[in-house]
Design a protein around this ligand. Sequence first.
Ligand code: GLA
Length: 391
Amino acid sequence: MTLPELADQVSQQFSKTYGRPPRWIAAAPGRVNVIGEHTDYNDGFVLPMAIERYTVMAADTSQSPSSKNVSVFDAHFKETAVIDVSAPVAKGQPKWSNYIRGVMAGFQQRGLKIPALDVAFLSTVPLGGGLSSSAALEVGTATLLEAATGKGLEPVEKATLCQKAEHEFAGVPCGIMDQFISVMGRENHLLLLDCRSHQTDLVPMNDPSVALLIINTNVKHELGSGEYAKRRAECEAASKTLGVPSLRDATADALEEARGRMEGIVFRRARHVIGEIERTIHAAEGIRASNWLTVGQLMYASHRSLRDDYEVSCAELDAVVHIAETIDLRGGVYGCRMTGGGFGGCAVALVKADAVAAISKKISAEYLARTGSAATIFNSRPAAGATIVKG
Ligand code: GLA
């Protein structure tokens, strides 16, 4: 479904629910990270792109003059959250409303008054698929609130406000990648983001001979379960032993030297991060030079490191990457890796554009044969970041 089609559908849902057309429609994309995994909270580099999958929110100010509430209708699950905005917004029910509540709290903390609103939303970003469905909901909310309060935020402030919502209202101590790319994505470009300085570099990705395939294992990932926070703590332990502010400042040689002074598991976590930061910089250079063979090899190396050293992959993701390796360049695959936080969700493959259909068919059949369940596969060009579609 294209963005205009989705916006139209949400607009109709709004009219059906509230009996009038919406005044504003805001959209925010999900993302796929091409390379640079678990590097953002280590002050490293990431290389994501926004995808043509969106959370779209339609809204109008409430018709009842005494209302203190924002009513949010989830048009997919047919559930409504009622949020009192006359007081500081706190955590509440239903659970998904916390992404929205967290962003509202961020606006309030900046002294902005949120008006009573009627809202309806729908998302084509798969939930729990490692494609940042939560960041799309946060950034979609922030974009809508910018329109409804008349106060535009600077992109970096908007992204960090949404990241804070995820930390404090969803309990996931995430880095800055997902919210940044959902705000700052650009059509036909990847975003090389320096997570320390917040400097961004657009890397053109418009060679018609290649495509990015996103393969959803349909194993739901759950980052709130504690594994994500554990990885962060292990990275902090490594930088402490190495005597550096973060793993961005460490080298492979320094790590090797300190090997005897840290637990094996901490050593391996740090080895992943240090290697992955380097791979990300090389991959950006490779993409700029259309050196797809190199980029593909870096993606495979990233996967191995995430699987063996960082231990955030799972059997289903490994199966997808293994199938891709078997198809090989002869069948049109340059490289493949898990993407996002891990423990399920999606893999991303760099493939020859003219082989997309054949590769998708092969991966689907093989994945079903090996795991007994179906994968969902789609491709996406790099999309633009959050926008106001109407209003
Ligand atoms: C999740 C987090 C991101 C990032 C990735 C791993 O998506 O939200 O900040 O840490 O995991 O690269």
